[in-house]
Design a protein. Structure first.
Length: 267
């Protein structure tokens, strides 16, 4: 397996926010910097962000996030902890798993971008984990982050690859065969489930090999306010819905701090 030359490993850029112990940035630089030596492809850039939430009720207030550019491919990991050291250690472990996963996938590809093998993501690649968010009382929750971006047109296999390298629990994208706004997420016996605005008919999806369950429920038509009520009622970690205000598929989700985040396609 090819490994990146440590002499070309870039400096780890660390930013901090909130009250963190002295030496936290240096510890993150050392941990993640050592991990980069085992990357299978050149790492072109590394950014780590350490944030401490100001709410004393949050039991794991420190969030560590790493964004890597591995030979042009974005790799993202995020971890939370009670202390800066705990969150950085968890982040280091996630980065290791993601780099190993990327190495296996790139070796299987051998150039180009073919679909993953039928069981490439299925066995041991999706850990059983509960959503890591603070159980904030419903009356205190707000949408405090709204991200809007152009959805890439992807096959299911390509969307799964992106989702795993970015360490997402779900991935909003435009499915290549149907042209529909779609969300891929971890669920069911196959460990992956696809939901679309309108359930696809046979052979409408672009060819893929991923073991997959396809939801037969259409996305509910909701306003943003109604989506907040629906998510609170269901208790699910996120909600995929047809945004009545934008006419596109959107996702409302629980953030680590118990508030909400909203993802919408750009115009």
């Amino acid at each position: 397996m090819h490994r990146a030359d440590s002499a070309t490993t870039p400096d780890v850029q660390v930013t901090t926010r909130g009250e963190l112990p002295p030496g936290s940035a240096e510890y993150a630089t050392k941990k993640i910097g050592k991990r980069l030596r085992f990357a299978h492809r050149p790492v072109l850039a590394v950014r780590v962000r350490l944030s401490r939430h100001g709410d004393p009720a949050v039991d794991r207030p420190v969030v560590a996030q790493a964004n890597l550019d591995v030979d042009g491919r974005p790799v993202r990991a995020q971890a939370v902890g009670a202390t800066a050291t705990e969150s950085i250690d968890r982040l280091d472990d996630k980065v290791r798993h993601l780099l190993e996963r990327a190495a296996l996938h790139w070796e299987a590809r051998r150039g180009g971008r073919p679909a993953p093998g039928a069981h490439e993501w299925r066995h041991g690649s999706v850990p059983a984990r509960r959503p890591e968010y603070f159980p904030r009382p419903e009356t205190e929750r707000e949408i405090i982050r709204h991200k809007s971006y152009s959805l890439h047109r992807r096959t299911v296999d390509e969307a799964a690859f992106d989702m795993h390298l970015l360490d997402y629990e779900f991935h909003l994208f435009t499915e290549a065969g149907t042209g529909q706004d779609s969300v891929l997420y971890h669920a069911g016996q196959t460990l992956h489930r696809l939901a679309q605005l309108t359930p696809p008919g046979p052979h409408q999806l672009a060819p893929f090999k991923l073991a997959l369950t396809i939801s037969q429920q259409p996305a509910p038509l909701l306003s943003t306010a109604e989506s907040v009520d629906r998510l609170a009622l269901t208790g699910l970690p996120f909600l995929f819905f047809l945004d009545a205000e934008r006419g596109r598929g959107s996702v409302l989700y629980h953030r680590y701090d118990g508030h909400y985040g909203l993802i919408t396609p750009s115009a």
